[in-house]
Design a protein around this ligand. Structure first.
Ligand SMILES: NC(=O)c1ccc[n+]([C@@H]2O[C@H](COP(=O)([O-])OP(=O)(O)OC[C@H]3O[C@@H](n4cnc5c(N)ncnc54)[C@H](OP(=O)(O)O)[C@@H]3O)[C@@H](O)[C@H]2O)c1
Length: 249
């Protein structure tokens, strides 16, 4: 059902982004696999196969975003689906700081990727979707954006902005047949999370959800693939919580 669609996945070289790019390619979409480092993107694209096309993209740079979009249009003609997955790397020095100790620079570093970067690439892609008369923007947020958390305030603040951005995109571009969704993820076992935590923290996180387990990147990827199809043609602006039943609203 995604055959012929041109998809951009930001931060697609590992974790959830990689699983998503692989899932969409397996469903016959043409997938642009993005990384700040082209060699890393090429390696990831090779692992996925011939439906994957590597590209260099740093969402914090207006210049990078502009040349990226020009290149994708030159190579593939349009962008049908944008998956905003790129996120600031987990940094324990920022994550575990009490809110009043977070510096302007630390807040700015997280916002620059997760919020401003997501907005920058979305802003660049929306006119293409309007021009082609269709499009789907799927952005990755996190449950603390809805429910708050006891750690990682800069991250929650940035991810909450993505929820607002999604609602705006849905309301402003619905008439252009552009849909927008945001996923609020719970604990997903990627190297960036699972493998960087202590055994005790992993166990505690396991107990948080009704399902008493971590999610898999592939489960997020399949949710994204479903939303990208026309099966969701009359739903837009939604926040979809993918957390095994932790934050219920
Ligand atoms: N894992 C979880 O439990 C969880 C929970 C809630 C939300 N999330 C969100 O889900 C997304 C993926 O998480 P993950 O665990 O798979 O993370 P990850 O392994 O750290 O991957 C993050 C990706 O973002 C890219 N990236 C970082 N800075 C970038 C920039 N300036 N421009 C473009 N790309 C950039 C990286 O690509 P390069 O280094 O190759 O450029 C990398 O591929 C993130 O937005 C994260 O916040 C994850």
């Amino acid at each position: 059902m995604l055959k012929g669609r041109v998809v951009v996945v930001t931060g697609a070289t590992r974790g959830i982004g990689f699983a998503t790019a692989r899932e969409l390619a397996a469903r016959n979409a043409t997938v642009v696999v993005c990384s700040r480092d082209i060699a890393t993107a090429e390696k990831a694209a090779r692992r996925i196969g011939k439906k994957a096309h590597p590209a260099s993209l740093d969402v914090t740079s207006a210049k990078s975003v502009s040349s990226f979009v020009k290149k994708v249009v030159a190579d593939h003609g349009r962008i049908d689906i944008l998956v905003n997955n790129a996120g600031y790397p987990f940094d324990p020095k920022i994550w575990y700081k009490k809110m009043h100790r977070v510096s302007d620079e630390e807040l700015g570093a997280v916002l620059a990727v997760d919020l401003e970067g997501t907005f920058r690439i979305t802003k660049a892609v929306l006119p293409l979707m309007v021009k082609s008369g269709k499009g789907v923007v799927i952005s990755i947020s996190s449950t603390p954006a809805i429910a708050g958390y006891t750690e990682g305030a800069p991250y929650s603040i940035a991810k909450a902005g993505i929820v607002a951005m999604t609602k705006h995109a849905a309301l402003e571009y619905g008439k252009d047949n552009v849909r927008a969704y945001v996923l609020a993820l719970g604990n997903i076992a990627t190297d960036a999370t699972f493998n960087s935590m202590t055994a005790r923290a992993i166990k505690a996180a396991t107990q948080e959800s009704a399902m008493k387990r971590w999610g898999k990147p592939q489960e997020v990827a399949r949710t994204i693939a479903g939303l990208a199809t026309d099966d969701f043609s009359f739903a837009t602006g939604n926040t979809i919580v993918v957390d095994g039943g932790t934050v219920l609203f």
